[in-house]
Design a protein around this ligand. Structure first.
Ligand SMILES: [Cu+2]
Length: 149
């Protein structure tokens, strides 16, 4: 657990500088959580040079990580998992609150502002080749504390 905390305290976003890298991720962040909170979201911009799709997300802080979209269900906006996220060539795809997002569920620790969270993205190119991106994503504050009863 000590090593885990140490790893989380590095508030750096590391973009793996691989020469053949086709995909870049910018402005990534994770929403902080309060104790006992079991889910949060991660947001970022993903650009694939040649086009492809995001097929898998992993994080050691979450038991389950999925890509979600927001969609209308009758009159209610709900989120649901998508099997993959299309990345059109050269276009920045936005993952932002209210839209596509990475859902982190079954959280194993409280995500505190200032920490960073390891996140692994697997992108499949048009040629079927898979690229793995290892990120460290900073945690941003949840916002104003909720009123206590
Ligand atoms: Cu979600």
């Amino acid at each position: 657990m000590k090593n885990f905390r140490t790893a989380l305290s590095t508030a750096l976003l590391i973009t793996t500088p691989i020469a053949w890298s086709q995909t870049t991720v910018t402005d990534a962040w994770v929403r902080g959580t309060v104790a006992q909170q079991k889910a949060s979201g991660a947001f970022m911009q993903i650009t694939s040079k040649q086009g492809g799709k995001l097929v898998e997300i992993r994080s050691p802080v979450a038991g389950v990580a999925e890509v979600h979209e927001m969609a209308m269900d009758g009159n209610t906006m709900r989120m649901r998992a998508v099997p993959s996220l299309e990345l059109p060539a050269g276009q920045a795809v936005q993952l932002a609150p209210g839209g596509y997002h990475v859902m982190l569920m079954d959280l194993k620790a409280t995500l505190k502002a200032g920490d960073s969270v390891p996140l692994t993205l697997v992108v499949e190119g048009k040629d079927g080749k898979r690229e793995t991106l290892e990120l460290r994503v900073p945690v941003r504050p949840l916002g104003a504390p909720e009123p206590k009863n």
